[in-house]
Design a protein around this ligand. Structure first.
Ligand code: FAD
Ligand code: PYC
Length: 416
């Protein structure tokens, strides 16, 4: 740990960072690895980290076609919570939340985890019933989850328009006090540094273009930097998972959609929690830098382009100013999109595949940032043991044939 001590920080500040040690190496790919992880987002990096730390599998490469964290990991709005409806999801997302609670210490990297509370608003009786059902289910699973009255909401979010005459009247909300936000890049960088320290090769600018198989078993991957052999391959490429599945000769029940977000100019601290409204498709938090981080529902069409339509931005801004009239004169600074991998039941697939020793981690849709540590943890277990962990045992590919769906459209919260 001395490499990152306060003294080295001061020394590097005075040397104008010239001798700043690289946080991770940039190695040439080896001819073969025990495990290759495709995708250098949070999920791929966390998987590599836990393979090394929890399972002692260190001959691992993470292959990333661009730069690590350049996909949805660096594009999301950083909301973390575990208030999902079904037992299976509550188990997995809560495990992730617990890992987040210790992650800065675990990685010795400040991920700026802020448990400021996440509120989901209800605007009509149906919303109230959905939220009450979910809060009751959460409480049965031992999660911190409660229903708030408009007066209680107003105490936490005084700037919210709770007038009964509002266009979107606020009838109540759910609150998960342990929910919050974290710095998304830091999560990727922390896992990358931790994995690299364990000997994992992180190879950027290395696109996987084919998956080589023989007798139904994976042998390695074709890449833009040549063929690399592997005993096992784990795929965590979010919006591109169908492309990788096609390379391996099977189909996924996943649709790729753009999901947009934007940030305002920075302002003084005014919004101290996270407020989401599923019904009117807007959610907002304030970053430590002061800008408002605002998101919407998905763009309804399928696309691989990391941008979206203006109509969604317009709807999102309209909803924002109805709920928070105080923001009406704020300027918006930047807008972007990511490609999210939406499954039919709004739950992920973290599982073995029809190809032996090939594993897929996908379908997190609009909500996988919160799951990053838990997803990496169970995916590493699945790859190491060629068998899922009890926490991801239900998140199979087969469930779309058997009908054992885990329908989380209500909890997914961002409309899709
Ligand atoms: P990614 O971070 O996308 O990583 C996949 C990587 O695979 C990419 O870096 C990509 O370049 C790489 N790749 C693709 N194809 C190849 C290939 N052929 N070869 C090599 N590499 C390849 N979730 C939440 O929980 N809370 C939120 O508030 C939230 N907000 C969001 C807001 C937006 C605007 C978006 C877009 C998403 C949001 N999400 C949120 C969802 C969340 O970002 C994702 O579910 C999560 O980050 C997925 O992580 P990942 O590591 O699986 O994917
Ligand atoms: O899953 O909580 C979530 C979320 C918020 C914004 C996008 N996804």
């Amino acid at each position: 740990m001395s490499k990152y001590s306060i003294f080295s920080l001061i020394r590097n500040a005075f040397s104008y960072h010239e001798n700043w040690p690289l946080a991770w190496r940039s190695p040439e790919p080896k001819a073969e690895y025990d495990v290759i992880i495709v995708g250098g987002g949070g999920h791929g990096l966390a998987t590599a980290y836990y393979l090394a730390r929890e399972h002692g599998i260190r001959n691992v490469a993470v292959l990333e076609k661009g730069w690590i964290g350049g996909g949805n990991t660096g594009r999301n709005t950083t909301i973390i919570r575990s208030n999902y409806l079904w037992d299976e999801s509550a188990g997995l997302y809560e495990h992730s939340l617990k890992l987040y609670e210790g992650l800065s210490q675990e990685l010795n990297f400040n991920i700026m985890f802020s448990q400021r509370g996440v509120l989901n608003l209800a605007h009509n009786l149906h919303d109230m019933r959905e939220l009450s059902r979910r809060v009751n289910a959460n409480r049965l699973n031992g999660l911190d989850s409660e229903i708030l009255t408009p007066a209680q909401i107003k105490e936490i979010v005084p700037i919210l328009n709770t007038s009964p005459d509002a266009r979107y009247p606020v009838l109540g909300a759910s609150l998960q006090p342990r929910g919050g936000t974290a710095r998304h890049d830091a999560v990727a960088w922390g896992y990358a540094r931790g994995a690299d320290e364990c000997g994992v090769d992180i190879i950027q600018n290395c696109e996987v273009t084919g998956i080589r198989r023989s007798h139904g078993k994976v042998e390695g991957v074709e890449t833009t930097r040549g063929y690399i052999g592997a005993k096992k391959v784990g795929v965590a490429v979010a919006g591109h998972c169908s492309v990788l599945a096609e390379m391996a000769g099977f189909r996924l029940p996943i649709e790729s959609h753009p999901l947009q977000a934007l940030v305002s100019e920075p302002i003084k601290p005014i919004h101290h929690s996270v407020v989401m409204s599923n019904a009117v498709h807007v959610y907002v938090s304030q970053s430590d830098k002061g800008d408002l981080v605002i998101g919407a529902g998905i763009d309804a069409y399928n696309s691989y382009s990391q941008r979206g339509s203006l109509a969604v931005v317009e709807g999102q801004m309209g909803a924002l100013v109805e709920l928070f009239p105080i923001f009406s004169r704020l300027r918006m600074m930047r807008q972007w999109g990511g490609i999210v991998d939406v499954s039919p039941d709004a739950s992920p697939i973290v599982a073995k595949t029809p190809v032996e020793n090939l594993y897929f981690n996908c379908g997190w849709g609009t909500g996988g940032f919160k799951a990053t540590p838990g997803s990496g943890w169970v995916f590493a277990h699945t790859i190491a043991h060629d068998d899922p962990h009890p926490l991801n045992a239900s998140f199979t590919l087969e469930r779309f044939n058997t009908g054992f769906l885990i329908d989380e459209h209500g909890a997914a919260a961002v409309a899709h």
